[in-house]
Write a protein that binds this ligand. Structure first.
Ligand code: ADP
Ligand code: MG
Length: 306
């Protein structure tokens, strides 16, 4: 056992990814039980501070995704309450959740970022100019969501207004990006190590919500089917991205690798999906770490990494 402290698994939450979080949280509860721990589940709502206090938990495993869970908010609350927690701290979480801030940091560190423009609701009139500049196909997305919620792949003019509307639903700033053609590959980070890279082949136009969560809607290949040199370059880029944001404990970094073998970073997920069949657990398993072993290691890192 890495600790005798009372463990709370924070799950559910208030974001558009609540269902995904419940799935992650329940899988983590089961993994802890398999290892002989007796965690308590804390469903996170507006009353979370009271619930955490009443539950008497001494360390928090954050199984939340999206707003309030992945963006630094719950991390701030736990800091104030003096409760150690898994994963990244306030700043790295906030940066990771915000695709505009994180892209600026990735660029400044020399990581490949595709062409993109930011459009705010106040100057939505600029959309036409941006569309002309970037050209089709393009990806229009909210600046701070996850699970592909509000993300659209756009091939022609008529598709632009519904796509921008869908993205603006989630906040005042959206991203319009050039579609990067290539292989979708994700790198799993645990501790200070890139564990491996997994390749995703969605059976849809891109890795949208259905492709992510409907069984059989995407194929996974571990290790990613790319040349060894490209594989190593992608692992290094994943670790560099994790470090650039100042992440801690674990993360999953999303890339598209173009046909020249250049990995373009899409984002860092500071609280990646954690069901037994999610991508980071898949990568861990491929590297010889079972799902309960992964969960226990993430907990250990929370208690030992400042
Ligand atoms: N610029 C892009 N080029 C090609 N595909 C993209 C691009 N941006 C996003 N995608 C596709 O959309 C999916 C979700 O985009 P992402 O930026 O990772 O948002 P989310 O935080 O919702 O996962 C990606 O996994 C990928 O399939
Ligand atoms: Mg993603």
């Amino acid at each position: 056992m890495v600790t005798n402290k009372k463990i709370g698994v924070l799950l559910g939450g208030l974001s558009s990814e609540r269902d995904v979080s419940l799935a992650s949280g329940n899988a983590i509860m089961k993994a802890f039980a398999d290892k002989g721990y007796r965690p308590v589940a804390v469903d996170v709502g507006r009353d979370v501070a009271g619930k955490i206090r009443e539950s008497g938990i001494e360390v928090a495993f954050i199984a939340l995704h999206g707003k309030f869970g992945e963006d630094g908010a719950i991390q701030g609350l736990l800091e104030v309450m003096g409760i150690p927690y898994t994963g990244s701290g306030i700043l790295a979480s906030a940066l990771g959740m915000n695709k505009i801030a994180s892209k600026q940091i990735f660029r400044s560190q020399g990581l490949h970022v595709g062409s993109y423009e930011v459009v705010s609701r106040d100057n939505a009139g600029n959309v036409d100019r941006v569309v002309e500049k970037l050209g089709y196909p393009m990806v229009i997305k909210p600046s701070a969501e996850g699970s592909s919620v509000g993300v659209s792949l756009v091939f022609k003019k008529e598709e632009v207004p519904p796509a921008t509307e869908a993205a603006f639903k989630y906040g005042p700033d959206i991203l319009i990006e050039t579609f990067i053609k290539g292989k979708e590959v994700q790198v799993g980070i645990l501790g200070d190590r890139a564990l491996g890279a997994i390749e995703i082949v969605p059976k849809r136009a891109f890795y949208d919500y259905e492709a992510k969560y409907e069984p059989g809607m995407s194929d996974h290949f571990f290790p990613a089917r790319i040349p060894e040199a490209v594989y190593q370059k992608t692992l290094a880029a994943g670790l560099a991205a994790h470090r650039a944001l100042g992440c801690r404990g674990y993360s999953r970094v999303d890339f598209i690798i173009d046909d020249k073998g250049d990995p373009y970073i899409l984002e860092v997920n500071t609280l990646p999906g954690m069901t037994a069949t999610s991508l980071l657990p898949d990568i861990a398993r491929g590297s010889g770490i079972s799902f309960p072993g992964l969960v226990e290691e993430i907990l250990r890192l929370a208690l030992t990494t400042p």
